[in-house]
Design a protein around this ligand. Structure first.
Ligand SMILES: [Zn+2]
Length: 467
């Protein structure tokens, strides 16, 4: 048996033991510490701190699109809340991004059956002329079908991609669906189109349109980039299927405003023994402008702020716990890119990182992406989460949230506390992403999971290393 397998096996045996004998001896924690983990977990399950935070953020601040007054207010809000909660250090770090704002949007079927449609401009879209653009629709099932169409296939027309996103607990339908949002307008223009509209990246049955980031490509004509609600996409599809030419009008007024600046807001509970080493948890502070960004990502902001507060309620941690609220995630991870750049020299001090950015439903799975030497500790953490209904996947290939993508090049120890995303894409990036979609009870389970994770990663004897 080689060393790797031996250590893996001992990790598994250890995990089995710690499941069966809660609070028995541990290589990483004293009996008192294990008692504290249980107490913190219960405290989180009884606490409405995260709810109070997300209620305040979505009510008193509201939408927080990067570079808007709401975004600025959110930065001030976060600084004030961290201070009020007693974090040892609170600071901001700047992040720049290409600023874009939306003024208005509307769309209608002109012929053969005139009727309004529910539409949203996609982020970064150009404006149409004042009265919109009017043209015949040409429908494609997917971005791939459009890509494979002959050049000029869409000459003078409005391209409509009607790709239907699949619903999954882990959200794996998003990746294939989002391609048409990111680059649909580019490919449509390359085929001669004068406008682009897509079925929303959405699993919903309602009539809200879902916005989200889109891009242009240098050297390719910019055309309007937009999405209609799924109900309107079905309607448009039925009309096109009748075989007669279908003409629509799209009117989008929006503007690119050059470079904008926002701020990552950081709150730290400083460690007593190894203050430089830190657990990084967080979410993104910005949101799209249509709703109030309750699920995306007010919940993640609230969950991680509350978890850090509760995880340190028994005393200062051994290592620091840092909550990073990233700026301008929705426009392309600009805050996290800036964080990595500004903190490059000390990025290896991160002992564990996890981002909450998938709504507020129950956490159902936990996994790591760490060096094998830390796997016994990971199993101990997972065992303490088991009573919360969290399953240990033990694949050790966790990805850790969108804002952790720029960190990957440094092989930091990443963790996934995976929320149930079955319904997430019903509301994602719509006007319907509002506070009432959050269940306070499920929110508490999220906080408890993050508090257990942060406490144990910060206080363990083992320092977690990346792969
Ligand atoms: Zn998000």
């Amino acid at each position: 048996m080689n060393k790797k397998i031996t250590s893996l096996l001992s990790g598994l045996i250890f995990a089995a033991l710690s499941v069966n004998t809660a609070h028995a001896q541990s290589d990483n924690f004293s009996a008192q510490q294990l008692t504290q983990v249980s107490e913190i977990k219960q405290q989180a399950l009884d606490s409405d701190l995260a709810w109070d935070l997300v209620e305040s953020l979505t009510t008193e601040v509201g939408p927080r699109m990067p570079g808007t007054p709401g975004d600025k207010a959110a930065v001030a809000w976060a600084v004030a809340k961290f201070k009020h909660l007693g974090f040892d250090k609170v600071w901001t770090e700047p992040a720049t991004f290409p600023k874009w704002i939306r003024y208005s949007e509307s769309a209608a079927i002109i012929s053969p059956a005139p009727q309004p449609m529910h539409i949203t401009a996609l982020g970064n879209s150009i404006s149409t002329p004042k009265n919109g653009i009017e043209a015949q629709v040409i429908e494609f099932d997917s971005l791939a079908e459009l890509e494979n169409a002959p050049n000029n296939a869409a000459q003078g027309k409005i391209v409509f991609i009607n790709y239907k996103m699949d619903r999954h607990r882990d959200g794996n339908g998003y990746g294939p669906a989002v391609q048409a949002r990111r680059s649909g307008a580019v490919v449509a223009a390359q085929k001669g189109a004068v406008g682009y509209v897509m079925r929303s990246v959405s699993t919903a049955y309602h009539r809200f349109a879902h916005t989200g980031g889109s891009h242009y490509k240098e050297g390719v004509t910019k055309i309007v980039s937009s999405a209609i609600s799924n109900a309107d996409a079905d309607q448009l599809h039925r009309l096109v299927a009748l075989g007669k030419p279908v003409t629509i009008n799209i009117n989008v007024q929006a503007k690119s405003m050059g470079e904008g600046t926002s701020y990552n807001v950081i709150g730290e509970m400083t460690g007593t023994e190894f203050p430089d080493q830190y657990v990084l948890i967080g979410g993104h502070l910005d949101s799209w402008d249509l709703g109030t960004g309750a699920l995306d990502d007010g919940a993640g902001v609230a969950i991680t702020m509350a978890a850090a507060k509760i995880a340190t309620s028994k005393g200062k941690p051994k290592r620091s716990i840092r909550v990073v609220l990233f700026a301008a995630e929705e426009f392309g991870l600009w805050g996290s890119k800036a964080y990595v750049k500004a903190n490059q020299q000390t990025i290896s001090n991160i002992v564990a990182a996890a981002e909450s950015d998938f709504g507020a439903d129950k956490i159902w799975a936990f996994d790591s992406n760490v060096h094998a030497s830390a796997l016994p500790l990971v199993s101990e953490i997972a065992a303490m989460m088991a009573s919360l209904g969290v399953e240990h996947l033990a694949k050790n290939n966790a990805r850790g949230g969108p804002d952790l993508i720029p960190f990957r090049q440094f092989n930091i120890p990443a963790f996934g506390l995976s929320q149930d995303g079955t319904d997430y894409f019903d509301y994602h990036h719509t006007a319907d992403d509002t506070l009432d979609k959050i269940d306070p009870k499920k929110l508490r389970q999220n906080v408890a999971s993050y508090a257990v994770f942060a406490y144990m990663a910060a206080n363990a004897k083992t320092r977690i290393l990346g792969k």
